[in-house]
Design a protein around this ligand. Sequence first.
Ligand SMILES: Cc1cc2nc3c(=O)[nH]c(=O)nc-3n(C[C@H](O)[C@H](O)[C@H](O)COP(=O)(O)OP(=O)(O)OC[C@H]3O[C@@H](n4cnc5c(N)ncnc54)[C@H](O)[C@@H]3O)c2cc1C
Length: 489
Amino acid sequence: MADYDLAIIGGGLNGVSVARDAAGRGLRVILFEQGDLGAGASSATPRLVHGDLAVLERRGFQRVHRQLAEREKWLKIAPHLVRPMRFAIPAHAAERPLALLRSGLWLYDHLASRTRLPAAETVDVTHHPLGDALKRPFGTAFEYSDCVVDDSRLVVTLALDAAARGATICTGARCVRADRGEFWRLVVIDRGHRKVIMSRALANTTGAWAAAVAEIVLREPAPKLAAVQVSQIVVRRLFQPDNVYVFQNGDGRLIFASPYERDCTLIGTVTHGFKGDPAIVAMSAADIAYLCGAANRYFREQLYPTDVLRAVSGANLAPLRDGDRPVRDGGMMFHHRRGKAPLLTMFGGDVTTSRLRAERAVSELTPFYPMTPRWTATAPLPGGDFDWEQFDDEVERARERWRFLTEPEAQRLVRAYGTRLSVVLGEAKSRADLGASFGPELTETEVRYLMAREWARFPEDILWRRTKLGLSMPAEGQKALAAFMATCG
Ligand SMILES: Cc1cc2nc3c(=O)[nH]c(=O)nc-3n(C[C@H](O)[C@H](O)[C@H](O)COP(=O)(O)OP(=O)(O)OC[C@H]3O[C@@H](n4cnc5c(N)ncnc54)[C@H](O)[C@@H]3O)c2cc1C
């Protein structure tokens, strides 16, 4: 008799999405993540929920249509984590002709199911705040609607939902062996303890590790795919408007510069082949210089590699198209044969279509178990039970209930926890009720909540994934946080 219907190895975006979907369909699910949730590629995405314009340019109409339909769903189910924004493409005389950009964005708008997001328009940036940060020759820009997302909080929030629907989520739990028979027998080192479980099916969602896990842990044929590295840089805030800029680089690629937390800008991406240990994905000096150069073609303020506050890199497997271009849809393989428990392998793909990928993957298991129908397209994620257009009202409500919160603090907290903020702050009446402070914004109450309810174990988990307060927290705050967390362990 198996303990679980589905065991999942890997707690990145793909793993937690599968866990959420399957738990909500009534399967008994367990997920093992060797480190922290989202610590791999899933916290190093470009943080966009969008239809890929580069794909549109290559006539991938169906794919863009699918992405835009998913964008609408995300806005409804995760209005705290997914934020609509206006994206601006400054017209560059040496790049794509204006007519091509205009017609491309018209098509983009029409591929989306008609929504409340405003349509594309042409902007004269010479007298518009959008132009303030740009170099002088830019006269025209095209503005259109898309969304940005907090990728690592999305991973944790999906895991929260999976757990609320009955999934067991184990972090710090490395699967070291899995034997396939009528059931899967998994051996896991769970925070130092050896644990054996039996499962009716297995999902390998270990991203860049997937081939090695298949070969060494599962002893199954490994997917023959290249690993690809995606990198971005974080610099101090380069522009004031709350927009994402999309730059056409000289090599034809589109580079995004988006507001990152309160005071920074995220610039990316640069992509190329990766070899080595996916746990150590470092960005090269050449890649940093490439992104600085791309931004310097457009922004007045010139960037130098020394201005980079943080480099964000992740690796994943990707099928290659035309020999060298990674396919961003990701991949899925399903394998079963008589007398052998099913094996699902999933890797890569963008954030935008991750819900749909998981839904399709779990649906592969329908011949094996009775399951309730697909459900994830409409069910709000924890904290997301409000309309995205009411976000400011939610912030206002939070400030009325916890009167000691400043506007920026309330914005950050509602963005992170949505309506679950009441679980975090509870009945606190004053700042003193929140206990010790670590740096200007993080309090003991929030840390305790993150450790008790969101699987945070180490300072990194809080400073860089549950929040991004690592960007602003002074060294003494970080030290005090580490000491506090060690005593809570
Ligand atoms: C070329 C490329 C371009 C991309 N472009 C975009 C883009 O434009 N937009 C976008 O949104 N996304 C993009 N991404 C997607 C994003 O980077 C990830 O692919 C996505 O978040 C899915 O990640 P994952 O869950 O497969 O892997 P990961 O997040 O890496 O998760 C795998 C997890 O498995 C765990 N693990 C490994 N071995 C074990 C073990 N033995 N036991 C337990 N746990 C284990 C790891 O610790 C890790 O946390 C791109 C990816 C690629 C490859």
